[in-house]
Ligand binder design. Structure first.
Ligand code: UDX
Length: 460
């Protein structure tokens, strides 16, 4: 049994996530795992991120600051280049400060674990005498696809309506299953470049960490581990939900949005088992007003209880009177404690944008999904949710209207909540829940990967 903060030695590492919620959560959780195995960890992040730490954040992680672009903007797709250039310039001095601070405490800083979207961190780390290892916050499949683009084996724009990457174990993908940066390269040119570049130095690395688990993407993992020193360390879900090793490890500890925890959980407690639909589109996606209306009207028509996360910046897109009209059926919040919600017995269905964290969380907690991917990796995750893991149904876009209609959404909701397919998904979901738990439990595949890495690091 491990104890949080038990220090085996003075081995120290620095972790540096890109400051968006979906990237901070898994990297922070990985850091907590390393701390539980005796490694000392400093989280290097911006002041605004630190301000978002929950007051009850209780782990022995150290915190250090990297300056942020001025003026501070939440990093959107458009601003990502600005962020990256800024961090490129600021990283050497921030790292030097952390290394020196730790040196004076008798610690030896050996490694920088950096977000894989910033592959240039490797060079900076090595110039300062550290090893570098990327942390991929997305799936092995996603990484494999971008490697094929990098090596010129997959041409962008796509030449064919469907794509098969032989030998990788990835099923044939249609255009609508492809990451949006590939299906729509003109719109996302800078992001496409960043994601292709992330694999550019893989050959030089000793460790590559990924938030997935071996059984989940089994064939793809066989392929990827034959290419590089790839180590799945996920699902990086707080351990209270999976292995109970660290009982106080209940949330990620850092939320860029303020959750309405008490009201959500109280409301859910008042509902019957398996009676609620939970809807969230993560921290970044923005829906067009017409799409919000279709979702709202489908929820109203379905007549199920629903808990819908609508971020403050999206709230004006709701139809007039929707909140009042559905007051007896629904609860709308700006942000919620998603893990607690998914873990609640009242929740039977998750309508999701299929962000990688949300996907892993639903799989790990055994909740079937209605997949409504918006962009980035989400279409590919949706393909796997439906056709490979068989724990969800995809709400299809009406190509004439360019959105998913209320009829389609209602049909998907009913299929999960009351159809035979829904029952089957619930049965299969329990299998994934068990496999996710096994991966992070003592001697599970992800746990062994972490143990092996820690032993190598300490002896290096
Ligand atoms: C981004 C990308 O959009 C996504 O495609 C990629 O896979 C990861 O990075 P995001 O859109 O925020 O992430 O989605 P997701 O990966 O699902 O991460 C959201 C995180 O916020 C999850 O860990 C989820 O538990 C948490 N969350 C979400 C909350 O805690 N409360 C909420 O109300 C909604």
């Amino acid at each position: 049994m491990e104890k949080e903060g038990t220090s085996q030695n003075h081995t120290h590492i620095i972790v540096f996530p890109f400051p968006i919620q979906g990237h901070i959560n898994p990297i922070l959780q990985f850091a907590k795992r390393l701390i539980s195995k005796g490694i000392q960890v400093t989280l290097l992040t911006t002041n605004s991120t630190i301000k978002s730490m929950q007051p009850n954040f209780s782990t022995s992680i150290k915190i250090d600051i990297i300056s942020e672009p001025d003026p501070f903007l939440p990093p959107s797709a458009a601003a990502i280049d600005v962020y990256i250039d800024h961090f490129k310039a600021a990283l050497p001095s921030s790292l030097t400060t952390v290394i020196e601070k730790n040196h004076s405490l008798g610690n030896c800083t050996k490694l920088l674990v950096y977000d894989s979207v910033m592959p240039w961190c490797l060079g900076t780390a090595r110039e300062l005498g550290l090893e570098g290892a990327p942390f991929i916050t997305l799936s092995c499949t996603f990484t494999t696809i971008f490697n094929h683009v990098f090596e010129g084996k997959l041409k962008v724009p796509l030449q064919e309506p469907t794509v098969l990457l032989p030998g990788t174990g990835i099923p044939r993908l249609g255009l609508h299953d492809m990451p949006s940066f590939i299906s729509n390269p003109t719109l996302y040119a800078s992001l496409l470049k960043i994601l292709v570049e992330q694999v550019s130095n893989f050959q030089q690395l000793k460790w590559i960490f990924c938030n997935s688990f071996d059984k989940l993407e089994e064939e793809v993992v066989n392929w990827i581990t034959s290419q590089w020193p790839f180590k799945n360390v996920g699902p990086t879900i707080p351990s209270m939900y999976l292995d109970k090793r660290m009982n106080n490890d209940k949330d990620y500890g850092l939320s860029l949005f303020q959750p309405n925890s008490e009201s959500c959980m109280k409301w859910l407690d008042s509902k019957e088992i398996g009676s609620v639909i939970y809807i969230s589109f993560g921290s970044l996606a923005t829906l067009v007003e017409e799409q919000m209306e279709e979702i709202a009207l489908a929820l109203k028509k379905s007549n199920y209880y629903f808990l819908w996360v609508v971020r403050e910046s999206e709230i004006n897109k709701l139809p007039q009177n929707f909140v009042q009209d559905t007051a007896t059926k629904g609860l709308l919040v700006n942000w919620c404690p998603q893990l607690e919600v998914l873990n609640h017995k009242g929740v039977a269905c998750f309508m999701t944008h299929c962000g990688w964290n949300s996907t892993l969380e639903a799989l790990s907690l055994g909740v079937p999904m209605v997949a409504m991917p918006q962009w980035t990796d989400q279409p590919t995750n949706a393909k796997f949710i439906v056709d490979v893991w068989k724990v969800g149904i995809r709400a299809r876009i009406d190509h004439e209207k360019g959105i998913v209609t209320r009829e389609e959404i209602e049909m998907c909701i009913r299929e999960v909540m009351e159809g035979e397919r829904g029952n089957e998904m619930r049965r299969i979901s329990l299998k994934w829940k068990k496999l996710a738990k096994e991966a992070v439990d003592d001697n599970g595949s992800s746990d062994k990967n972490i143990e092996k890495f820690v032993a190598q690091l300490i002896s290096s």
